[in-house]
Design a protein around this ligand. Structure first.
Ligand code: ZN
Length: 227
């Protein structure tokens, strides 16, 4: 009986380790691709509806959306799409490499028409810097949509040199409450809480609990038989 219990516990431990290793959040991102919405007022919900209507996609094309303060989302706040939570593929460009390996960040606004507002430069720099740090992506791998495929996106007023300058100087100008909101959204898929909620981990906890209960029952029976 004891042997069977040891085999059972050993098997549970091996399965737990395998599942743990397979479930450690891994990401596919080696690039950050920057877009604009080419619109004045938008948010995650309106872009998702637009992409569903225009392309039949189940979700907005991007992973993260940075608000310009329009459409009921505070300026500088990030909205995560399902693609971000699932670390999924993006159909945002016509370039398969950047769609597969890129983390797509869309800044609300039309930067072909107008410069990025001064009060959005700090939040944009902070979001970009935080993403580069969280996913260990160097600035060389931050690309504009127009560098991935033929398009004007993200507009002539949002260039790589602007991004470099804002990263160097304006990130600190991001209001602390906005920086905290961005950090919360960026870290969510990498957090232990998300990991513990995954179905495999939940099933394993149930399996381990059942194993412990069975062991307890067997030990009680053995003790009863001996007495
Ligand atoms: Zn784009």
């Amino acid at each position: 009986m004891k042997k069977i219990l040891f085999v059972f516990i050993g098997l549970a431990a091996v399965l737990a380790c395998a599942a743990f290793l397979s479930e450690i959040p891994r990401h596919r991102y080696t690039y950050i691709v920057v877009h604009h919405s080419a619109s004045r007022n938008d948010n995650h919900a309106s872009i998702r509806a637009f992409h569903a209507r225009e392309h039949g996609w189940r979700e907005a094309a991007y992973h993260l959306i940075l608000s310009n303060g329009s459409a009921q989302v505070p300026l500088g706040h990030l909205e995560a799409t399902d693609r971000y939570g699932q670390m999924g593929y993006s159909p945002a460009t016509k370039n398969a490499l950047y769609n597969l390996r890129g983390l797509h960040l869309c800044v609300i606004g039309n930067y072909e028409e107008k410069p990025v507002p001064a009060n959005l430069q700090g939040p944009l720099a902070n979001a970009l810097g935080s993403l580069m740090e969280a996913y260990d992506i160097p600035f060389e791998n931050v690309v504009l949509h127009k560098e991935a495929s033929s398009t004007a996106c993200p507009g002539k007023h949002l260039t790589r040199s602007d991004l470099r300058r804002w990263l160097d100087g304006n990130a600190a100008a991001c209001p602390p409450a906005v920086a905290a909101q961005q950090q919360l959204v960026i870290r969510e898929p990498l957090s232990a809480r998300t990991f513990l909620k995954t179905p495999v981990v939940r099933a394993l906890f149930s399996f381990a609990a059942a194993g412990i209960a069975a062991c307890g029952l067997a030990a009680t029976r053995n003790a009863a038989n001996r007495s």
